[in-house]
Design a protein around this ligand. Structure first.
Ligand code: IPM
Ligand code: MG
Length: 373
């Protein structure tokens, strides 16, 4: 029987459909080369889902996702759906909802520098030597999922001292949530360079003090062979641009991880280069770390590489197709080494005729993947 992998594709909003099209093209080529059939089912998530169904995460989408072998998501959100009205649906609720519903508590964001892009980074070449880290972001707890609300008529809450509105979000973690994400980090470190930075704000936050305790307890009990270092999140933000090569695995709370991974992406030259894998109890989900870039949507200039690198992670983690993943990574490496760039990663040395759009970049990678070697 033919080898069939069922993928639930969520193109979403903004540049989402454009980069999703490149992933489809790529999967067709990989399928042919590897003798695998990728069966793609498209579903609605985010702004398009709100427009068509009123909900950012329709039941049908969740059912498709649960049913699939993997979920591939492009990007969601855009100014069209931006609102501060708590009663109106927002695209981001779709993304957070599907992460939670699928139990995707571990978000892995590899930050690896392609040699060819050293000059596209905003950091000096010397600072970038040896940069190769994995950010393990807790994805279904913390500030994103704690109790949050608005209260009206609160005494003294308005600027003139009269009753007004307040709002709160809470950072909550259980020992179980901390332990399972720490385990992911330690396991990953064992397969890498054996070092984990646990990033928190234990000098201020109670949830961070529990985080630290639990991480150390697990380390002492089971992972003594891995080097464990604590770092305060503000310091990490600084160290990421001061000496990024010191990091192997970073494990941290949901929102800290969100912020630090955007920062770390710039080491690679562009947010358009950072892929991610979200793993947990159910079907895994793969998505670029960048957003829907509404400012450049529809122009055919978005960088599809984070999306293609997300396909690479899917091949590795969900389908065990390591050889195919290696070939894909090599094809991207060659494309970049030949000087091909989308605008976000172009630098002073990029030839104008090698600055290409979304679809041409996808074609180049596919051609190099197919090239006999
Ligand atoms: C990310 C994104 C999302 C997040 C947004 C779109 C809700 O920034 O995946 O990093 O904050 O998790
Ligand atoms: Mg983010």
């Amino acid at each position: 029987m033919a080898d069939v992998k069922r993928i639930c594709l969520l193109p979403g909003d903004g540049i989402g459909p454009e980069i999703a099209a490149e992933a489809v093209k790529l999967l067709e080529a990989i399928g042919e080369l590897e003798g695998v059939t990728f069966e793609l089912t498209e579903a609605l998530l985010g702004g398009v889902a709100i427009d068509e169904t009123g909900s950012p995460l329709p039941d049908e989408t969740l059912a498709e996702a649960r049913d699939a072998d993997a979920v591939l998501l492009a990007a969601i959100g855009g100014p069209r759906w931006d609102t501060t009205d708590p009663a109106r649906p927002r695209p981001e609720q779709g993304l957070l909802g599907i992460r939670k519903a699928l139990g995707l508590y571990a978000n892995l964001r590899p930050v690896k520098l392609f040699d060819a892009l050293t000059d596209a980074s905003s950091l000096k070449r010397e600072a970038l030597e040896g940069v190769d880290m994995l950010i393990v972001r807790e994805l279904t707890g913390g500030l994103y999922f704690g109790e949050s609300a608005r209260e009206a008529d609160v005494d003294g809450a308005s600027a003139d001292g009269s009753p007004g509105m307040l709002a709160y979000d809470t950072m909550v973690y259980t020992e179980a949530e901390i332990e399972r994400i720490a385990r992911v980090a330690f396991e990953a470190a064992r397969k890498r360079r054996g070092k984990v930075h646990s990033v928190d704000k234990a000098n201020v936050l109670e949830s961070s003090r529990l985080w630290r305790e639990v991480v150390h307890r697990l380390h002492a009990a089971e992972y003594g062979d891995v080097e464990l270092l604590d770092q305060l999140v503000d310091n990490t933000a600084m160290q990421l641009v001061r000496m990024p090569a010191q990091f192997d695995v970073i494990v941290t709370e949901n929102m800290f991880g969100d912020i630090l991974s955007d920062e770390a992406s710039m080491l690679t030259g562009s947010l358009g280069m950072l892929a991610s894998a979200s793993l947990g109890d159910g079907t895994a989900l793969y998505e670029p770390s960048h957003g829907s870039a509404p400012d450049i949507a529809g122009q055919g200039i978005a960088n599809p590489l984070a999306m293609l690198l997300s396909v690479e992670l899917m091949l590795r983690y969900s389908f065990g197709m390591d050889a195919a993943a290696d070939r894909l990574a090599a094809a991207i490496e060659v494309t970049l080494a030949e000087g091909w760039r989308t605008r976000d990663i172009a630098d002073a040395w990029t030839l104008p005729q090698r600055t290409v759009g979304t679809s041409a970049m996808g074609d180049l990678v596919v051609e190099r993947l197919r090239a006999p070697r």
